[in-house]
Design a protein around this ligand. Structure first.
Ligand SMILES: NC(=O)c1ccc[n+]([C@@H]2O[C@H](COP(=O)([O-])OP(=O)(O)OC[C@H]3O[C@@H](n4cnc5c(N)ncnc54)[C@H](O)[C@@H]3O)[C@@H](O)[C@H]2O)c1
Length: 348
């Protein structure tokens, strides 16, 4: 029976949670990852239970048709991710995000496997209208500002998926992920919540870039992976694009205050808020969209999705993890409610 799911980028932050959810539901899962930003320890508990990880780029690994034996679905998450990484190496990011996606989509079409492509809220660029709806025009800045290159690659990935769905009957669904947070995310590549939490727990100051009045909506990764599996299971989703994100937004300054308050409640004090100009972090000419908020009505209509975790609950989970000496891998995180998580020591 064809019931195996491949996850490209499966050793990454979201991929590891998705792998856990699929494995816990009884599915065979194969992870494909070149470990560029992914980490073995993210998935070690799954590898110990027999889940297979194939190391290599998604393009290389999926070009071998034998890898599709028994495979019905591919979740394509592999990408160069993170504003810092993108600003540091736009050409490398463009090659990864375009070349691998073309290869993955063609391989899925040839094998008859359904595919879910993870796009990003970055495709909206600096679209000034809120909430952001899937059928809106996309508004990018000049090509001399490298930050827009990531959103453009993701928009091209969407075009490729939709085109193959229309012309070749590929079963492809596209999701535009908004800011996703949770255990195992790292702050190294510019992700704000893990950066704030680790600094607050260490009693260090939190750096807010710009004036801090920019807003974002943060969604717990466990809610996000539930949307991904439910969309894949929903036949009506193929050939369509869906926003996936929380429908509550918060200023980055208030986010910093909230993290400091929750850290203090957990006994970690000493940090304060510092404001840094964007140029000091990303160089001259960096642009940041002032506000991001998804319209999730299309997603709600298709699969009845609403987020179960509040921002405060996710922050408390992350602080508890950090206070106990590192990133926790909750044993039953994919399926658990906020009160039910259990701790599991990570193996290196
Ligand atoms: N985290 C977010 O808030 C967010 C928001 C929007 C979109 N996304 C998208 O979700 C997906 C997963 O992101 P994440 O946050 O888990 O980041 P991540 O960096 O943790 O995961 C990406 C994974 O892809 C792997 N990878 C990179 N290039 C590869 C290649 N050529 N072949 C195989 N593996 C490769 C990395 O090693 C890593 O494990 C990405 O496509 C990203 O663009 C994430």
């Amino acid at each position: 029976m064809n019931d195996t799911a491949i996850i490209t980028g499966g050793a990454g932050f979201i991929g590891s949670h998705l792998a856990r959810r699929l494995h816990d539901s009884g599915r065979e899962v194969v992870l494909v990852d070149n470990l560029a930003t992914g980490r073995l320890e993210n998935v070690q508990p799954l590898l110990d239970r027999g889940v297979r990880l194939i190391e290599g780029t998604a393009a290389e690994v999926l070009s071998d048709s034998a890898v599709f034996d028994g495979v019905s679905e591919v979740y394509h998450l592999a990408a160069a991710v993170g504003v810092k990484l993108i600003v540091d190496d736009p050409a490398g990011m463009i090659a990864t995000n375009i070349d691998d996606t073309i290869a993955v989509l063609r391989a899925c079409a040839a094998a008859g496997a359904a595919v879910l492509v993870t796009s990003s809220s970055e495709v909206y660029g600096k679209c000034p209208v809120l909430p952001l709806r899937e059928d809106m025009d996309l508004v990018f800045g000049p090509t001399t500002a490298s930050r827009w290159s990531y959103g453009l690659t993701k928009a091209l990935d969407e075009h490729l998926a939709i085109d193959l769905a229309r012309r070749d009957g590929l079963k492809a669904v596209v999701v535009r992920l908004f800011n996703t947070i949770g255990p195992r995310q790292v702050g190294r590549y510019g992700m704000v919540v893990p950066r704030f939490v680790s600094r607050a727990c260490a009693g260090q100051d939190l750096d807010v870039y710009g004036d801090g009045e920019q807003t974002r909506a943060f969604c717990d990764v466990r809610d996000v992976v539930r949307a991904l599996t439910d969309l894949m299971a929903c036949g009506d989703a193929f050939g369509r694009v869906f926003n996936v994100g929380h429908d509550r937004r918060i200023t980055i300054r208030r986010l910093a205050e909230l993290v400091l308050e929750r850290a203090a409640a957990a006994g970690r004090t000493g940090g304060a808020i510092r404001t840094l100009p964007y140029e000091a972090v990303y160089g001259e000419g960096f642009e940041d969209p002032p506000h991001r908020l998804p319209d999730v009505s299309r997603l709600r209509e298709a699969i009845g999705w609403t987020p179960a975790f509040s921002l405060e609950q996710t922050i408390d989970t992350l602080i508890a993890d950090e206070c106990s000496g590192g990133t926790l891998v909750p044993d039953n995180d994919a399926a658990s409610t906020p009160g039910e998580r259990v701790k599991e020591s990570e193996k290196a």
